[in-house]
Write a protein that binds this ligand. Structure first.
Ligand code: BG6
Length: 445
């Protein structure tokens, strides 16, 4: 264990001495204490059938288990670990005590960010291999659903930090486009690694002889066998059909790629990666004020139509917020670039059309605020996502969802999670984890 670097959890079976030796660091490992029997597993649902007495082993713990009992050590010193009684049914345990997988997975986001950073960031060094970008002068993202919105943010982040021109295509439409030959890198983003449209787009790019990269959550998925290069996000299993934690993990990998390929001066670079490391704590602070978002979400449940708006980085966030609301509350929700409203959607405004604005403290701030005033002037109820220190905005809107302050480039992380919670609480009546007519991964074109 002293020599190991990185996260791990493993068990050594010594059948000659009839004992199990297990240890963990960062990866989950629990010991189930039964009547004369003991169970080692990564999580509670695996042992609940046999016992609800569980020890949550701590980082650096080593445990020796024999039929007669167990001993736990940390750094070679014998330690006592408390037996916890798990009050849940197996089904509830799989949901970690949450009512739905979606809410559980939203609450796993701080850990998911940590795990993904842990995978690719050692102190201030980004270890992620970006050789796929050598000799590339254009990037094309191909994806579907929530992964498409992550790709759109990927375009903004990459262009801002590296200047590499980037395009984003719906994978299902990419099949009708000519693949530009030359120094193009086609990046497929897909949580499941099995979405047929994205697989087809990657195959088309390969056939055209351009380099391919896939960013996925599933080890050994089909996409990883098509693409030349693979980068994994570390979101863990995502059960709820609506993607939440995986979306944020996709953004973290995109930030790391962009930072590694960027031309940022050293000081700016370390400032960037050090702020990345603050995101788990900031997301936790946002999750701690869930009740405020819950109240607003429940109010929105009464509307049949909702509009989401944003500018710059806020636009893909608005699109993703609208998709979440559509997916799990069956409310007709549309995301728009705020600048587009006056070219048509203005006609929809009024007291039955609430508007949710994603306000980011960058060059879009002032113009976005004046868009909000124009919308208020047309009687639409307005909910604004703004950062916690922005006391200015309160007076222009009906309510404000405050998110922890970050540099503008990281606002999509905290704002998206606030919108995931908003959709969750606006959808109480619906089959949240298995929305009608949707699947976690669509394996047909
Ligand atoms: C849909 C899921 O079927 O596919 C969405 O319901 C998801 O949540 C989309 O964003 C794309 O899936 P993937 O696995 O390719 O990211």
């Amino acid at each position: 264990m002293e020599d190991l670097k990185g996260s791990y959890a493993f068990v050594v079976l010594n059948k000659y001495e009839n004992k199990l030796i297990a240890c963990r660091y960062k990866s989950p490992l629990i010991l189930g204490v039964g009547d004369g029997e003991y169970f080692l597993a990564s999580d509670v649902p695996a042992v609940l059938e046999y016992t609800n007495r569980v020890i949550y082993l701590e980082d650096g713990d080593l445990v020796i288990v024999t039929p007669n009992g167990y001993e736990a050590f940390n750094k070679g010193i014998r330690v006592e670990r408390k037996i916890e009684i798990v009050p849940w049914s197996i089904e509830a345990a799989e949901k970690g005590g949450y009512e739905h997988f979606m809410l559980k997975e939203i609450h796993e986001t701080p850990k998911v960010i940590e795990d993904t950073l842990f995978e690719y960031l050692v102190e201030e060094e980004i270890t992620l291999d970006t050789s796929f970008a050598e000799d590339v002068n254009e990037i094309i993202f191909v994806a579907c659903g929530t992964s498409y919105h992550a790709s759109l943010l990927g375009k903004y982040i990459l262009e801002r930090l590296t200047g590499i021109p980037s395009k984003v295509e719906f994978a299902s439409e990419f099949n009708y486009h000519e693949v530009p030959l030359g120094k193009t890198l086609v990046v497929g983003i897909t949580q499941s690694g099995e979405t047929a449209d994205t697989l087809e787009a990657l195959r088309k790019a390969k056939k055209a002889g351009v380099k391919t990269l896939v960013i996925t959550n599933v080890l050994g998925s089909t996409a990883t066998r098509i693409a030349d290069n693979v980068l994994y996000i570390r979101a863990g299993p995502e059960i709820s059909v609506a993607a939440t934690k995986s979306f944020v993990a996709q953004l973290i990998v995109l930030y790391l790629i962009a930072a590694k390929l960027s031309l940022m001066p050293k000081a700016k670079f370390s400032e960037f990666v050090n702020e990345l490391k603050t995101l788990p704590e900031k997301v936790q602070r946002l999750l701690d004020q869930e009740d405020k978002i819950k109240r607003i979400g429940e109010k929105l449940a009464n509307y049949e139509n909702i509009m989401y708006i944003g500018r710059g980085l806020g636009y893909p966030v608005a699109l993703e917020g609208a998709l979440k609301m559509k997916e799990i509350s069956y409310t007709h929700a549309e995301g728009y670039p705020a600048g587009e409203l006056k070219h048509g959607p203005f006609a929809l405004l009024g007291k039955n059309m609430p508007v949710i604005g994603c306000l980011i403290k960058d060059e879009t701030y002032e113009i976005m605020l004046s868009n909000v005033k124009e919308i208020k002037a047309r009687d639409s109820p307005v909910v604004l996502i703004a950062d916690e220190e922005d006391k200015e905005v309160e007076k222009y809107v009906d309510c404000v969802i405050r998110v922890p302050k970050t540099s503008p480039i990281f606002s999509p992380v905290v704002q998206s999670i606030a919108l995931q919670l908003l959709a969750y609480y606006a959808a109480k009546k619906c089959e949240i984890d298995k929305p009608r007519h949707l699947a976690k991964s669509v394996t047909v074109e």
